[in-house]
Design a protein around this ligand. Sequence first.
Ligand SMILES: [Zn+2]
Length: 254
Amino acid sequence: MKKNPFATPRIGEEVLPGVHLLGSRRVNFYVIEEGRSLTLIDCGFDGHLRYLEAWLERRGRRMSDIEAILLTHGHADHVGFAERLRATGVPVYLDAADAPFAMRPEGRQPPQRLRRSLWRPSVLGLFGEAVCDGVFSQPLLKEIQPLPRGTTLDIPGRPMVVPVPAHSAGSVAFRFPTRGALFTGDALMTRDPMLGGPDRALVFGESTALNQASLEALRHLTPYGDDALLPAHGEAWVQAGSVARAIEDAVIAV
Ligand SMILES: [Zn+2]
């Protein structure tokens, strides 16, 4: 497998029965097994496709077993290789508010928070990982299936779409009711993808106002407090009640 000197790969630990954590230490994506069918939550960076390919081979599964891709939002570290699979017929679900961003080259530019802290070694590490894994050339999404807000998706596992707008206008969480699992994307993280540091519940947005809004948006997740927390950045917190604990302890990462 091609190596990225800036990345520590995650090879697909089964963090909950049938829920596999892939990507890298900084940027997560998940594969969910539902019988024979597979669903992806987020797609990391473009180069992270190799992590998925290695996992499929190890498990004796195929790319054609993937029935749907659910994107928690439209930022480049989540859209990753989604277009490559969409081009083969896999539907890519994304909130309509984030679609224009994910479909334009501007969507591949680093966020302000990263640009203003590039001098920090940890931030440079994320930038290096992103560049080596093709962030500036990853294929733009050409078509999406808009997510129905606040309802259940008719795909294996019947996930509920929970809008959590603030980190981006189209940020959502996905709740898989039979698993007690809440995939929160960047609406609620357990480690800062840019600055690293200790494991803790945190949020941030693209501006000071959106930082505060990100914290307030967590109220949309309170009905799912008993669930396991599966974020796009940081470790999966799988004890029951992790979501409630994270909402209570969440801080704004600045
Ligand atoms: Zn992210």
